[in-house]
Design a protein around this ligand. Sequence first.
Ligand code: G6P
Ligand code: MN
Length: 439
Amino acid sequence: MKQFSITIAGSGSTRTPGVFISLMDKKATFPVKRVVMYDIDSDRQEKIAALVRIVLKDANSDIELITTTDPKTAFTGADFVFTQIRAGGMECREWDEKIPLRYGCVGQETCGAGGFAYGMRSIRPMIELVELVEKYAPAAWILNYSNPASIVAEALRHAKPNSRVINICDMPVGIEKAVGQAIGIDRKYFEPHYFGINHFGWYTHIYHTETGEDLLPMIRKKIIGEGIAPLKDPVTEKSWFETYGMLTKMMELFPEYLPNTYMQYYLFPDKVVEKSDPNWTRTNEIAVGREQRIWEAAATAMERGTFEGLNIQFSAHGEFIIDLAESLALNKKTRFLLITENNGAIPNLPADAMVEIPARLGVNGLEPVARGPIPMFYQGLIMAQLCAEKLLVEAYFENSYQKALQAFTLNKTVPSAAAAKLILDDLIVANKGFWPELR
Ligand code: G6P
Ligand code: MN
């Protein structure tokens, strides 16, 4: 059986050890001979690599591990490239969250004005990465986690229409795990039916794969009646409890479908802002939370030479991407929720919209599952966000201030054109060198 080779671009992320843990879990069915860790920040990369070596040792793995900052070494020979870059790092993320809050608007890394700022930063490095992969590993599949996934997907559709990129997001998996935990049924029995664009969508049904029962009525009852908690994890922060709390509020008003948790920013921007501390956002919470705990666990693991007995958990990130790579590699045609060009799957959304829908994944890429038209309320919400994102991408490629301003104004988290202009102008200053010049 073929032994595969994977390259992780942006491997200095604290999520990377989780990718290796999932790889170890799958080693019987998905044989990998080599993983290359590629990052532009070699310090961070080496720290994470030290952890990865312990993960490999604990599993008695003979995978060859290479770390590099050189793209040719990174991509030559790769069958799969996982991209998970954070353009501008955590410093820029902090501005994305804090600048909109100055003007009373949602401050979030992928939604709202902050997400648009991040989008403007991510497009160029993502196009460059895709070009490097095409040069050194033209047959490789790229599984792209880089955020904001919706905007990145739209930009790549426009600039690199023939590239072998599959845009992905692990939030649905996270939601399904939390829901599964609440109703006592493992998500491996879920067949989710879902529509939307990334970080902006709804579950219409979740069928039990063995009994065929639609579990959504039970889930709705649970969410409206008692609410559900985020996934049990020693590192669950306060903001995740608030986020899951908002699911109840959303379903009380619109009980028909189960929304993605990210819908809170668009349906209740005012409530989200009320709960936000403009001086202490998610970036700060993570810095003293997850990041800190991972570095502490790392130090202990280094001392002991093993992870055994250390209670650290990684989110759905690693598990999801390894499941995807396995389905691609072995032509399993497993059904996942993925971001892909609509092409009629949802007839009342544009054909060229990058939608998030069920699709089967095999050696030749993805086969979307068509679903039929969506009700007008959802269509209207999605169209506004989709047009805002498309305008932002056009603003990027045309260096257009006017289109950027239209994009910010159309974003539902920004209540007025005046606020849109103030936020945009501050973000232009904060992102100097990362954004194209807008004229
Ligand atoms: C989920 C989303 C990702 C997002 C992440 C943020 O996994 O799907 O798109 O990047 O949450 O997590 P963080 O803990 O960094 O706020
Ligand atoms: Mn996501």
